[in-house]
Design a protein around this ligand. Structure first.
Ligand code: ZN
Length: 237
């Protein structure tokens, strides 16, 4: 017997269209091209709530397999990002995808670009303007700051006993590509001891081989910065 349906509930033959071949992340079922932005939206919201990305400051990026990377567009509140608030740039820093034609890449895109260029295994780079990173940048002796030999350094890949590690600090030039050039020159000659750098009175940048590891790195360096500030206050008592 043929089953009859009223017209409004008749099962329709679904055409085979593009939607059916969209690749999705196996774990989260988000279309693959949206995954980096979804991660960055959640991460930026968290950093904003921490007070690390106030007043649209800072920028976060995730690199794709083709070496292009999604980065937060300029002038967007990091607590309220949507998928429209990004641009995808190629390894030369040229915009190749912009969900909103008015989006502009962050002025600091060149810093991300140079980090990806220097470290081929890096897939995420986060740059924030935290109060602690700015305070600590005033502790620099010439262009480095000695870090305390804390257990937490293991999270930055430092596995020596009583480690004597320094973080490199760069001058905050008005023209950001000049900062990027300094980073390239310095790290090409002297690779960094930890996956992080400071820009004087500006902020901190971290990187790693996954977005989760990059977030961990930022949390660890911010912990160390708070420790350095607290240690200085204790020594002044
Ligand atoms: Zn910045």
């Amino acid at each position: 017997m043929t089953r009859r349906f009223p017209p409004q509930v008749r099962p329709r033959k679904t055409p085979f269209n593009k939607q059916h071949i969209t690749l999705t992340c196996h774990e989260c079922l988000i279309p693959m091209n949206k995954v980096p932005r979804q991660i960055l939206i959640a991460t930026a919201r968290q950093f904003y709530q921490q007070g690390w990305m106030m007043g649209t400051a800072g920028n976060l990026s995730i690199r794709n397999r083709d070496d292009s990377f999604w980065i937060t567009a300029s002038g967007k509140s990091k607590g309220q990002l949507t998928e429209q608030d990004f641009v995808r740039v190629d390894s030369e820093g040229q915009v190749i995808e912009s969900p909103d034609p008015d989006n502009r890449p962050s002025a600091e895109t060149s810093i991300h670009q140079v980090i990806y260029s220097l470290f081929p295994k890096v897939t995420a780079c986060y740059h924030v303007h935290s109060i602690e990173s700015n305070l600590v940048s005033t502790f620099a002796v010439r262009d480095t700051i000695a870090l305390p030999p804390l257990e937490m350094l293991k999270g930055l890949g430092v596995w020596t006993e009583n480690p004597q590690v320094k973080i490199t600090i760069f001058e905050n030039h008005l023209e950001v590509p000049r900062i990027a050039q300094d980073i390239s020159d310095r790290f090409t000659q002297n690779p960094p001891e930890i996956p992080a750098l400071l820009i004087r009175n500006h902020g901190v940048t971290v990187w790693a081989s996954s977005p989760t590891a990059t977030q961990n790195h930022l949390e660890i360096v911010e912990y160390i910065f708070r420790y350095l500030i607290a240690a200085r206050q204790v020594s002044e008592w």
